[in-house]
Design a protein around this ligand. Structure first.
Ligand code: FMN
Length: 234
C-alpha cells in the first residue's frame, strides 16, 4: 500500500487523455472519495454531476473557453456547491467561503483517488458558469465550482516546480522564518538543509518558470472573461 504522501506527490494535472473508457467501478470509487471529504459542520453541501456523453463533454469543453482536450477524458465530473444550504447553516461565510472550501476538499480527494487507481485527472476552474449551468440544468441556487476530468493519461507530464518548504513556512507569526527548520520539520530536513543562497536560486528559478508557464494562460483566460463581460454589458 502506498503512503498517502507518495500519492500526493505522484498526482499530476493530465494534459492529454487517451480515448479509452474508464469503467464505472473506478469512477464510483472516485466519487466515493469525494463524498468522504471534510465539510463545514459536515453539511456536505455538494453534488457531483457525472458527464459521459460525448455531446455534453464537448459542450463543457466549449464552456471552459475551448479546453477541448478534456473531451477525450472518459468522464467529466461537475462539482457543484449548494450555496443556499451553506447560507442556511453559516450565513454569508457559509455560502461564499465554506461552500468553496468544501467542494475544493472533495475535488482534491477525487484527484488523489484517481491517482491511486492509476488514472489521470485535471481540475478545470476556468469556465463560463452560465453555459455549464445550461448544459447540466443546474438551478440558480447551486454553483458549479469545478469541472474535473478523469481518464487514462497519454503521458505523465513532468513535475511542475513547487516552492521549497523553507520559503512557505513561518513559525508562530507572519514572516517569522524557521531558524532551524530541521528541528521542526524532521522528515524534510534533507530538503531544507540547503543554504540560503541555494534556496534563493531555487525560488528565483521557480518564480520565473511559474511566470513563464502560468502568465500567458491566465492572460488568455482573463481576456476571454473580459470579452464576455463586455458583451454582457452591451
Ligand atoms: C482552482 C484551480 C483551477 C484550475 N483551472 C485549470 C484550468 O481551467 N485549466 C487547466 O489547464 N488547469 C487548471 N488547473 C490545474 C493547474 O493548472 C495545475 O494544478 C497547476 O499547473 C499545477 O500542476 P499540478 O496539478 O500537476 O501540480 C486548475 C487548478 C486549480 C486548483
Amino acid at each position: 500500500m502506498h503512503d498517502i504522501i507518495d500519492i500526493i506527490k505522484e498526482r499530476r494535472t493530465t494534459e492529454d487523455f487517451l480515448p479509452k473508457y474508464v469503467d464505472w467501478d473506478k469512477i464510483s470509487k472516485i466519487i466515493d472519495a469525494g463524498r468522504h471529504a471534510p465539510s463545514s459542520g459536515n453539511i456536505q453541501n455538494w453534488k457531483f454531476i457525472v458527464v459521459n456523453s460525448p455531446d455534453k463533454k464537448r459542450g463543457l469543453a466549449e464552456a471552459a473557453f475551448g479546453q477541448h482536450k478534456i473531451t477525450l477524458a472518459s468522464s467529466l465530473i461537475v462539482v457543484c456547491g449548494e450555496e443556499d444550504k451553506g447560507e442556511r447553516y453559516y450565513g454569508l461565510r457559509g455560502a461564499r467561503l465554506y461552500t468553496i472550501q468544501n467542494c475544493a476538499a472533495a475535488v482534491q480527494n477525487m484527484l488523489l483517488e484517481a491517482t491511486s487507481l492509476g488514472l489521470g485527472s485535471k481540475w478545470i476552474g476556468a469556465f463560463d458558469e452560465d453555459k455549464v449551468r445550461e448544459i447540466c440544468s443546474i438551478p440558480a441556487e447551486v454553483r458549479p465550482q469545478a469541472i474535473v476530468a478523469f481518464g487514462y493519461a497519454k503521458s505523465i507530464p513532468p513535475k511542475p516546480p513547487k516552492y521549497p518548504l523553507e520559503s512557505l513556512v513561518y513559525l508562530e507569526k507572519w514572516r517569522s522564518k524557521l531558524r532551524n527548520p530541521n528541528r521542526y520539520l524532521k522528515n524534510y530536513s534533507a530538503i531544507l538543509k540547503g543554504n540560503v543562497e541555494e534556496i534563493k536560486t531555487v525560488m528565483q528559478k521557480t518564480a520565473t518558470l511559474v511566470k513563464e508557464k502560468a502568465a500567458p494562460k491566465a492572460k488568455s483566460i482573463t481576456e476571454k472573461l473580459r470579452e464576455k463581460l463586455t458583451r454582457k454589458k452591451e
